[in-house]
Ligand binder design. Structure first.
Ligand SMILES: [Zn+2]
Ligand SMILES: [Zn+2]
Length: 139
């Protein structure tokens, strides 16, 4: 799958047996629809998180295209504060987070969606580990 921003092939990171597509070029992250539910194994939490989304009709942000169907994605406000906009495929293929948006989500989720926040932090730590040289080679 290619990154919707830079068109480079994305790297799949595996977390709890779910593949999370990550672009190392721009730092964006793609989550297939349903992956959040699998990762959290807690549908109520995800439901209430997804229900806090609302469509952003007027935004200056550049439109991204879904890496699966290549159609233009919808701009979505993550919370009522309307200070964070993410991209979601209108055909429900998944959600795109630009670099930094995931950490904003973490801050907004902390407390209220602590499990989700912990999961997203997990992804970040995973991401950082990949940039370090593999320890197996040092022996
Ligand atoms: Zn990219
Ligand atoms: Zn799509």
């Amino acid at each position: 799958m290619d990154c919707p921003v830079c068109k480079n092939p994305m790297i799949a990171l595996e977390l709890k047996q779910v593949e999370i597509d990550n672009c190392f070029e721009c730092g964006g992250i793609w989550l297939d629809a349903g992956e959040l539910e699998i990762l959290l194994n807690e549908n109520d939490t995800v439901d209430s998180f997804l229900k806090s989304f609302s469509t952003a009709n007027k935004t200056m942000e550049k439109t991204r295209r879904c890496p699966i169907c290549l159609k233009k994605m919808k701009k979505i406000y993550v919370s009522d504060e309307k200070d964070l906009i993410i991209d979601e495929c209108g055909s429900n293929h998944g959600i795109w987070f630009d670099k930094g948006e995931l950490s904003q989500v973490i801050r907004q989720c902390d407390g209220e969606y602590s499990q989700l926040a912990a999961l997203l932090k997990d992804i970040f730590q995973h991401d950082h580990k990949i940039h370090k040289p593999p320890s197996e080679n040092i022996k």
